[in-house]
Design a protein around this ligand. Sequence first.
Ligand code: PNS
Length: 171
Amino acid sequence: MSPRIAVYPGSFDPLHNGHLDIIDRCLPIFDEVVVAVLVNEGKKPLFTTEERVATIQELLRDRPRCRVESFSGLLVDFMDHIEARTVIRGLRAVSDFEYEFQMALMNRRLNARVETVFLMPKEDYSYLSSRLVKEVCGLGGNIEGLVPPLVLDQLHRRLRKADGGGSLPRS
Ligand code: PNS
């Protein structure tokens, strides 16, 4: 039987604890989990694709059935390339549903072999997003416990650097 490979795609700019929670929920269900980092340099991410891949690799070092890859172009083409059929997406709240529903059905239309499986993160992370984490951290808020310590450190350094080395203004 071919291995059951789950592909968990996303921007991961940066990865937060809700993402890690979803990865850990995949591991008992699938033989291998591929975290697929979207190459989206055009959208000016805070971290380059290489930085995001390296960080996630480091964070998943103790999870041997996980690997990290980057991809550009259509997700379904990447899935074919690595011979995977299952896309994993996290569903945090009803507000996620419409966008996720559209993507799942479009992906299925593009490639009928691809199925999307939705997993719910731990309730503690149901409001968490990479966008909010960056915004709150950039404005001097405390995001400890919401991102892995490595990401916390990277965010502090990157956002302080963007501000010229000091803390960000509050008004
Ligand atoms: O973390 P995100 O930004 O919500 O992830 C979105 C992602 C990467 C899953 C989505 O944008 C994607 O799959 N992009 C690749 C291009 C593609 O296949 N587009 C059609 C999707 S229906």
